[in-house]
Write a protein that binds this ligand. Sequence first.
Ligand SMILES: [Zn+2]
Ligand SMILES: [Zn+2]
Length: 226
Amino acid sequence: MKTPVSRRVRDLVYETFASEGRAPSVAELARRTQSTVDAIQKVLNDLAEAHALVLTPDGDAVRMAHPFTSAPMAFVVTPLDGHDDRRWWGGCAWDSFGISAALHLDVRIDTACPQCGAPISFQTGPQLPPPAGLAVRFPRPAEEWWADVVGTCTMIRAFCDRAHAEQWTTDNVPGTGYIAEATAVWRLAGPWYGDRLDPEFQPHSREHNQGLLDECGLTGPFWQLP
Ligand SMILES: [Zn+2]
Ligand SMILES: [Zn+2]
């Protein structure tokens, strides 16, 4: 059976992010699928509508294909293998673990604590959890994530510890968000993102993803997917 162009476009976006750390342009996608710019633009619109990727505000370029992002955000993901000179921007703490999971790769994640500004740098991988004590704060409930998905990712940050995440919340947006252990977010990222680059990847159902959240102890109204 011939692969539909939307699937080829989606796969090319992911392959280019994985191998080059960037999103392919519309013209590039048109050339590589022997299609037209107009047809590709329509495919991208449909993929964005289905939440398979995120376009820029003008809609003419790929901004994110989770866990990848085409623009600098708060996390840098570096392979531990010094001969592998790829680098990726991590859209958020969860996505940074997701890049490691999707690529089946041990990495170093670099970011900074929003509360104290201290650099945070640690090694992690599919079998290597992040340091105990590290905290990840989610800014808004799951049902609101996609209303502003870039904004949501921007605010899913890693903090030195729970105390810094709590202090930052009190000082900036009291009473909001959810503070999780980074190890729980790492455990979630494995099955959530681990199959993203598989040739046979199929989008997860809502029920499947809700089950993954449950298994990591992320339960209750805050974690109820829409
Ligand atoms: Zn801190
Ligand atoms: Zn994210």
